[in-house]
Structures are given as structure tokens and as C-alpha cells.
Design a protein. Structure first.
Length: 91
């Protein structure tokens, strides 16, 4: 999850798009994603081949759809063994 946030903050959209596989979330050269600073990671919970990672973040910029506060990502391992974001939301 930290790798994804670092990729978005660094505008490394190729890496971010490989991690976040949700339809409609692709970032492009002209995207204006927010800058996110993870303040605290919660305890990761595992359920079969999926994981839920809660975190608290300070968010600046973007289109206003993501705000400061508690969030979480649902992750699933891909065929290559790496984790991919399959869902997200307010924790």
C-alpha cells in the first residue's frame, strides 16, 4: 500500500496503475491525484487471499473526492504474487 501511495505522490502512474486494478481508476499524464501522507497504518486483516489495510491519511489536492481521515484498501494477490488494490473506501 505504501508503494502505491509513493507512486501516486511521485506521479509514477505506470506503477500506480499496476497496483490499483479497479476499473475506472487509471491515472494518466493529465491526472490530478491528491498528495497523500500516511499518518498511521492500522492492523492488516487477512481473509483467505485478500487483505484489508486501514490507515489514517492527510490528503492535499486532487479533485476533492478524497479527504483527510480514515481510509482502507482491500488487496488481493495477483497471478504474479504481488498485491493489487481491488477496492477502497472510508474506514
Amino acid at each position: 500500500m505504501r508503494t502505491y501511495v509513493e507512486a501516486v505522490n511521485g506521479r509514477d502512474f505506470e506503477t500506480a496503475n499496476q497496483i490499483d486494478v479497479r476499473p475506472g481508476t487509471e491515472l494518466h499524464r493529465w491526472s490530478r491525484p491528491p498528495k497523500t501522507r500516511i499518518l498511521e497504518l492500522g492492523e492488516t486483516t487477512l481473509d483467505g487471499g485478500r487483505a484489508y489495510v486501514p490507515f489514517t491519511a492527510d490528503v492535499d489536492g486532487g479533485d476533492g473526492t478524497v479527504a483527510d481521515g480514515a481510509w482502507g484498501y482491500y488487496l488481493q494477490r495477483g497471478h504474479d504474487g504481488s498485491w493489487h488494490i481491488i477496492d477502497a473506501g472510508v474506514a
